[in-house]
Design a protein around this ligand. Sequence first.
Ligand code: HEM
Length: 219
Amino acid sequence: MVTKVADWLNERLGWRAVWTAVFARQAPKVNWFYTLGSATLFVGITQIVTGILLTMYYVPTPDHAYDSVIYITTQVPFGWLIRGIHHWGSSAMLVLCVLHLLRTYLFGAYKYPREITWLTGVVLLVIVVGFGFTGYLLPWDQKAYAATTVGTDIVNVVPVIGPYLLRIARGGQDISALTLTRFFGGHIWVLPVALAGFIGVHIYLVIRNGISAPPRKDE
Ligand code: HEM
């Protein structure tokens, strides 16, 4: 019965070819260093799941943001766990992403024909840092306020357009309700959409070009 349904769908969707290309393709024997990209992807998926759960209770306004985070941590069943995973997951993702970058650099995996895989990777790293930066403000505590003040001040020193960039980053001259709203919007909409798009291209290229590991004598 299941095979019949699978065959019926395959005739119409051609899903078996996609499955084989993604999960059953020929790959050279690799070592643990080659798992860092998949590890980053796994933590990224965990971040999306825990992030979606957090938005069920988090309120992105100056009046309620801090209280809603305390509520999540102390009242919501397993809220402390979900928040904890999301909190530590953000650091883990950045560390894994940088280790993955170092692996691909040191193994020369950025060279022909993988230059665009590398370039999409650079954009992914910027997006991951963006997640950390925008997420840090969301608890709306003193640490978050101070960190975002310093962080957004940095764009102010860009020659000529610095003050404009600062106003765009903060939604005004100072950190305010507008800053919180745009950081929240960036954190849960703009960056996730960009992340999904660039991961899609990145993984497509990994499949298209194959893993860079040199084949061994018997392969
Ligand atoms: C969200 C961040 C990222 C995710 C989820 C991700 C995911 C992956 C995965 C699953 C692979 C295949 C397995 C592997 O080689 O580990 C891969 C390969 C690759 N990644 Fe990333 N990556 C990310 C960031 C980066 C960064 C920051 C760079 C470099 C600037 C980069 C450059 C590459 C390159 C050059 C390859 C090809 C490696 C090879 O063929 O040996 N990636 N990535």
